[in-house]
Design a protein around this ligand. Structure first.
Ligand code: SF4
Ligand code: SF4
Ligand code: SF4
Ligand code: FES
Length: 662
């Protein structure tokens, strides 16, 4: 990329050929006002706030769309520009009903900020007093068209990052309006996935998030803390806005990343909602059908005694959350496996993770990471969803699939046993019985390898085999349901290998593991064989984050155990009902540590809001419990992310494998 040099406001600025004037200015900390421009989205050049004067040109040029050129002389702060921008702002105010004192966005609005910046204390044009709808039909979003400046940010984020293409413009001029689908109210849209990305990027009070409206404007917040969403293994980066000790709003943070700072409906709504639930605030001990409050000392003494007695008979077990941090998983391994020699350890989604672990084993044994970073879906020319529902399992990965198919021109195929996850955009769709999936995968592997498709039973399967053979960068998305039989997982990885699906980091599959740190749990606490539900224990320790409902089999294991020590942040049944000793836990926003994410990075979780009462994390609890049990706290050499981020052997050397045993 060749370097260029231009002058902006008398300052010599270097940039790269292809940069716009705005990009070069921003690299050199030269402020040019913008409205429709947003880093990470394609420039649209519609608002004209970013206009600049360029020597030799008699027009004002929009800096967000005009390429910078070597030798250019640019002025961004002349009186002429100031007056022009002020005039645009006045026209925007006059064109719709911007009465700031009645707008929930007041104080947090880019239009208002620019008006103040330009000294706009009156409007010289007659107001049109339009009477557009205020669309309040969506459960989470409100869209008051009377405040829209037609900047198109919402339309672009919905198309370019979410891939939903829900929003567009209808009509022209003063009557232009953002619409959903073909003119539906937003709440009736069939394509909207309720991710809230449009509200996050809207510079005015047009699209607002109902939950956050009066919780605090961004500017009123005391602190903005970066962390990650714990809800699924995508590990989306978030910004938590903290106001007077509570979480006022959660937004996506990494605008330049492949996800464009998106969150899904879960990350956007569930996280702030969870801060309002009733908490377990003190340790409690069961007395008949109720609990009584206890001191930490008493509760941990009782817990240690029960665990010790059960463990001496080999009848102690533990189920932990897949949202435990790497640090917690390492510590739990050390306590349960090294110090206590406990046989029965698992995590809530143990069965799914076990299926993946077993199915991946032949490839990890070759020193190869059997999956790739989720954003590589965006590089693929063919995505195959295999018993997967990405919109439900890891929703931002569904955005990648949609964007890759609708915008990047990649093909999309599906094999499932109940419905098509991406209706209307799938090229080949095979809906079959669950008992037939393994057989079909085996035949597809053979057909792609040999180029002979006689064994395939229908034309769609034959077409899929040809598409896989012809693809240069296929990616296979593995749904959790696939893991009910580890042989299907192995065959899916084989299919990626014979189709030439590899990336630098691993084989081109993306497993849909739900909880945020499932990949690390798979590498640490998930037992090789299932026991939850099959073993009748004297004492079971359960650590839950309370963010998602516990699986039915883990609840059954709790009901089968004679004594349950449950650590959880929230007073939520049926979990709390199962406890004999109930210990408070820090909620997701009160914890710190690391997660291994599907995006291929070990990401850091930070405390967004410190706990208001005395809470003990797992390390502190087990420090005391092991001491009371008279056990050494052995150090652990377990590394949760081992084999998750590194292939010791180049992935294109991967050999297909057979997994007989399940
Ligand atoms: S909520 Fe998401 S999918 Fe729905 S319109 Fe907004 S950006 Fe598009
Ligand atoms: S709704 Fe908001 S983001 Fe969309 S065009 Fe209007 S002002 Fe811009
Ligand atoms: S995709 Fe997963 S990590 Fe991202 S916001 Fe949604 S639940 Fe959270
Ligand atoms: S920011 Fe450049 S035209 Fe709107």
């Amino acid at each position: 990329m060749s370097e260029i040099t231009l002058t902006i406001d008398g300052k010599e600025c270097k940039g790269n050929a292809g940069d716009t004037i705005l990009q070069v200015a921003q690299k050199h900390d030269i402020y040019i006002p913008t409205l429709c421009y947003l880093e990470g989205l394609s420039p649209m050049g519609s608002c004209r706030m970013c206009v600049v004067e360029v020597e030799g040109s008699n027009k004002l040029l929009t800096s967000c769309t005009t390429p910078a050129q070597d030798g250019m002389v640019v002025f961004s702060k002349t009186e002429k520009l100031f007056n022009y921008r002020k005039q645009i702002l006045e026209l925007l105010f006059a064109g719709r009903n911007h009465f700031c004192m009645f707008c929930s966005q007041s104080g947090d609005c880019e239009l208002q900020r620019l008006a103040i910046e330009h000294g706009m204390d009156s409007v010289r044009y007659p107001y049109l007093y339009h009477d557009f709808d205020n669309d309040a039909t969506s459960e989470h979003l409100q869209m008051d068209h009377n405040r829209c400046i037609l900047c198109g940010r919402c339309i672009r984020v919905c198309a370019e990052k979410v891939g939903a293409h829900t929003l567009d413009l209808e009509q022209r001029g003063w009557n232009a309006k953002v619409i959903s689908d073909l003119g539906e109210m937003l709440g009736n849209s069939e394509t909207c996935v309720s991710c809230g990305a449009c509200a996050q990027v809207c510079p005015t009070g047009t699209i607002t998030l109902r939950e956050f409206v009066y919780r605090g404007r961004r500017n009123d917040c005391d602190e903005v803390v970066e962390s990650i969403c714990p809800l699924c293994s995508m590990g989306c980066e978030i910004k938590g806005y903290v106001r007077t000790g509570s979480l006022a709003r959660v937004e996506g943070s990494n605008l330049e990343g492949p996800d464009g700072g998106q969150l899904c409906h879960k990350g956007r709504w569930w996280l702030p909602e969870s801060t309002e639930r009733e908490r377990v605030s003190v340790p409690m001990i069961r007395e008949g059908s109720t609990f009584r409050e206890a001191s930490w000392e008493e509760a941990l003494e009782l817990a240690a005694g029960k665990l010790k007695a059960a463990n001496s008979k080999g009848r102690a077990g533990a189920i932990v959350s897949g949202m435990s941090t790497d640090e917690e998983l390492t510590m739990l391994n050390s306590v349960f496996k090294s110090s206590m020699n406990m046989e029965y350890m698992d995590c809530f989604s143990g069965n799914v993770l076990r299926g993946f672990k077993k199915g991946f084993k032949p490839f990890t044994e070759q020193g190869i990471r059997p999956f790739t970073a989720a954003h590589n879906i965006l590089e693929s020319d063919l995505v195959l969803t295999l018993e997967a529902d990405p919109q439900e399992e890891a929703p931002v990965s569904a955005s990648y699939v949609r964007v890759n198919t609708v915008r990047n021109g990649g093909k999309l195929a599906n094999i499932s046993t109940g419905g098509t996850p991406f209706k209307g955009i799938t090229d080949v769709d095979l809906n079959i019985g669950s008992e037939d999936v393994l057989d079909l995968l085996t035949k597809l592997v053979e057909a792609v390898k040999t180029g002979k498709s006689e064994t395939l039973e229908n034309a769609d399967a034959e077409r899929l085999a040809i598409m896989l053979k012809d693809a240069e960068k296929p990616v296979i998305v593995l749904g959790g349901q696939l893991a009910d039989d580890a042989r299907k997982v192995t065959q899916a990885v084989n299919l990626a290998i014979v189709s030439g699906g590899t990336f630098d980091d691993g084989i081109a599959t993306v497993p849909m593991v739900r909880s945020g740190n499932s990949l690390a749990a798979l590498n640490t606490v998930v037992s090789d064989e299932p026991w939850v539900n099959e073993v009748d224990l004297d004492c079971l320790f359960v650590s839950s984050t309370g963010l998602v409902p516990e699986t039915p089999e883990s609840l059954e294991a709790m009901s089968m155990s004679r004594f349950c020590i449950i650590q959880t942040p929230y007073m939520v049944n049926p979990l709390v009902n199962m406890a004999d000793v109930l210990l408070p836990a820090p909620a997701w926003y009160e914890r710190s540590g690391h997660f291994c994410t599907l995006e291929g990075e070990r990401r850091k979780i930070n405390v967004l809001v410190p706990p208001k009462t005395e809470l003990k994390g797992l390390s502190e609890i087990f420090g005391t419990i092991t001491e009371k049990m008279g056990l050494p706290m052995n150090s652990s050499d377990v590394r949760p992310c081992e084999n998750i981020y590194t292939s010791k052997v180049s992935p294109d050397k991967a050999r297909t494998a057979v997994l007989e045993e399940v």
